[in-house]
Design a protein around this ligand. Sequence first.
Ligand code: ZN
Ligand code: ZN
Length: 266
Amino acid sequence: MRFTFCPLFSGSSGNALFIGGGDTRILIDAGLSGRTVTEALASIGVLPETLDGILVTHEHSDHVKGVGILSRKYHLPIYANACTWAGMERQIGAVAPNLRREFESNESFFIGDFSIYPFSIPHDAADPVGYRVYYGAHSVATATDMGYYSHKVHDALSGVDLLVLESNHDIDMLRHNEHYSQTLKNRILGRSGHLCNEACGEALWQLYQTGVRHAVLGHLSHENNTPELALRTVCESLQAHGLEIGKDIRVDMAWRDHVGSVYEID
Ligand SMILES: [Zn+2]
Ligand SMILES: [Zn+2]
């Protein structure tokens, strides 16, 4: 029962996450061009036509840009809740009715060998979700685009084997960014915006206490963060709670501009 997990791309400029296990293969989001996602999949030995579907977290373009193209080209079902469907329909173009799948947030459903739990997240989209995917005795998850770390999100992620967790921005870098309007800053910092590095570290400490031992930091802002800063801030926060990085908990990075590590869970 081997689970394969690869953050193909993660960040404000585009998101796509591959998960495979047994005969089941899915993408969560496809927020880059169809070609870029296809090439990223090829680099880890996956043909897009072998996917069982694309699951969409929410309708923002960095999550849906390539969804319609990939679905049309490779006849892939698209999974989203009703509000996300309404929000993304114009952006992704025509989808064949037989490839349209609709689920209810916070209710589990199956794709092949996977049991999938879409949980609500606090973000300024129609009905945004994170996903926890179960295969055999293991589970993996993604939780990005969150204004804050809610109880609901915490419960949904408790004890997960591996997850992508948002570490979007450094608060000081964002505050001092002269290219951002105050309105935009308020949006990112608000309860429906994005999780900062410090909040990510605290969330991970809470998750550690539920048994989480491996996290991948994702959805980093290009303008208001760096991978080094995100990693350092999160690790310092965990160390402040007495954890040893690499021993008590492993913290890795998902990249904005290149394919991340392929993780195998047995
Ligand atoms: Zn996003
Ligand atoms: Zn978003």
